[in-house]
Design a protein around this ligand. Structure first.
Ligand code: PEP
Length: 252
């Protein structure tokens, strides 16, 4: 047993509308009314245009607000970017950084991800750094090398501040595919990451490591029972209140 508080993060990706968000939040709020906030945290990573709406909808509840990305720049002539300070203005507590969809479709490199982590930390946000191998990389036996390389870049730029981040191990082949890493596969990678963190920080034992990749109501409990899995990053299932609530119940 450890004293890391479980963290469940719903990643809405590019989904939602004013009306749909209202309905979803109403159902989630009702479902977590008795949540033991001391036992776990639940956060929602929503599209930037809905931050103000969701900030109002989660007010007074145990839900925390998260962003899906942030700019590596502080401010200025960066059209289309959203800064860490702007996210803070809207009560954002966590920010996803380096999600595989950003790495894959927007060319985000390890160095850029590390810079975004630095920017988030400087603004007082908690970055949730996403790492994970593709299917060809797993099949080639490169899983450990890939996640170690991705984490090393973040450690190199952020030094001892690494103890302030959350990591999310998300095998790319499991995201949105309905294929989940087994609890054993996920735990094995989490243990590698924990050991690497241990070499960089004396506080590695308090860093939360989430699993993400087709987590659902049926597979959440065995994954969350692993010693180095401290929560989940949930995509598709976070858009359906009953499914999301069952995942939360498995964690809390
Ligand atoms: C994600 O978006 O980070 C994710 C894990 O998605 P899904 O749960 O749909 O696989």
């Amino acid at each position: 047993m450890n004293d890391r508080k479980k963290l469940i993060v719903g990643n809405w990706k590019m989904n939602g509308s004013l009306a749909a968000n209202q309905d979803l939040l109403q159902a989630i709020r009702a479902g977590i009314a008795d949540l033991d906030a001391a036992a776990c945290t639940v956060a929602l990573a929503v599209p930037a245009p809905y931050l103000a709406q969701v900030q109002a909808l989660v007010a007074g509840s145990a839900l925390a607000l998260a962003a899906q990305d942030l700019s590596p720049h502080e401010a200025g002539a960066y059209t289309g970017e959203v800064s860490a300070a702007m996210l803070k203005d809207f009560g954002v507590r966590y920010a996803l950084v380096g999600h595989s969809e950003r790495r894959q479709y927007h060319g985000e490199t390890d160095a850029l991800v590390a810079k975004k982590v630095q920017r988030a930390l400087a603004a007082g946000l908690t970055p949730i750094v996403c790492l994970g191998e593709t299917l060809p990389e797993r099949e080639a036996g490169q899983t450990e090398a890939v996640v170690r390389r991705q984490l090393a870049a973040v450690i190199q730029l952020n030094g001892h501040c690494i103890s302030e981040v959350v990591l999310a191990y998300e095998p790319v082949w499991a995201i949105g595919t309905g294929r989940t890493a087994s609890a054993r596969q996920a735990q094995a990678v989490h243990a590698v990451l924990r050991a690497q963190l241990g070499a960089a920080s004396s506080h590695a034992g308090r860093i939360r490591l989430l699993y993400g990749g087709s987590m659902n109501a049926a597979n959440a409990a065995p994954l969350l029972a692993q010693p180095d899995i401290d929560g989940g990053l949930v995509g598709g299932a976070a858009l359906k209140a009953p499914d999301f609530l069952q995942i939360i119940a498995a964690a809390c």
